[in-house]
Design a protein around this ligand. Structure first.
Ligand code: ZN
Length: 236
């Protein structure tokens, strides 16, 4: 499992790394899981959480960067098992309750085609077990606790959020993609303009590393390059 450590000594471990990433933050007295992956990753996720769990650091919070099925398909089961609190944006609470979040539009030709195809498929393919949100993240909230800072980073979805650990490492969900070599643009997004603004907001933080929901870590230099390019070309 890939691991990052902040100067304060808190760790982030990638507990799922296949089609969707899931990250476990271990702090002095608790653990926080960011995103849950898909149903097919559930047994691996539990196995890794069992290896990494400790009585002194219970899994207290489950933070969902957004409510797409590939990020929250295990949320209900995890809440049952660990009694952890689910954190989600107020904009996506109703999706969580209904067990389905609409697919966003594509950002380039191929993904536009995939998206329009996906939007015609039955909802149940992209659904998940319903769950209730315990901590609603609202627009006006400034949540900062124990070195964790919540940043609203809409664009991929309206309620997308990022979590910055110790001002050093940001976990960003699908605000960026780490699967392409020279681009971080997610193939799907509800609002590309909002996403560019969110990149700017994330660059305003001191974070140097950005951990995406899919693919590998993104360095600050690549984010800066992508941000400048899109701003200059007025692609958005
Ligand atoms: Zn997504």
């Amino acid at each position: 499992m890939k691991m990052w450590k902040t100067k304060k000594g808190n760790t982030i471990i990638q507990v799922i790394d296949k089609r969707s990433n899931s990250y476990l933050i271990t702090m002095e007295d608790m653990q926080v899981l960011v995103d849950t992956g898909r149903t097919s990753s559930f047994s691996k996720l539990i196995k890794n959480l069992n290896i990494l769990s400790d009585e002194k650091t219970p899994l207290k919070h489950l933070f969902l960067t957004h409510s797409h099925y590939d990020h929250c398909q295990n949320a209900a089961k995890l809440k049952d098992k660990y009694q952890c609190e689910i954190w989600l944006s107020e904009h996506e609470e109703d999706f969580g309750k209904s067990g389905f979040t609409p697919l966003p539009n594509g950002t380039f030709l191929l993904s536009k085609w995939i998206s329009s195809l996906g939007q015609k498929l039955p909802n149940k393919i992209f659904s998940y077990s319903e769950f209730s949100t315990d901590v609603l993240i609202r627009k006006e909230d400034k949540i900062e606790t124990n070195g964790l800072k919540v940043i609203l980073s809409p664009g991929h979805t309206k309620g997308s959020i990022s979590l910055i650990v110790d001002e050093e490492i940001a976990i960003v969900g699908d605000a960026m993609f780490g699967i392409f070599r020279n681009s971080i643009m997610p193939p799907f997004a509800d609002d590309q303009k909002a996403m560019l603004q969110s990149w700017g907001k994330l660059l305003d933080s001191k974070a140097q590393i950005f951990l995406p929901g899919h693919g590998k870590e993104i360095k600050r230099s690549l984010l800066q390059k992508e941000y400048n390019k899109r701003l200059k070309n007025e692609i958005i």
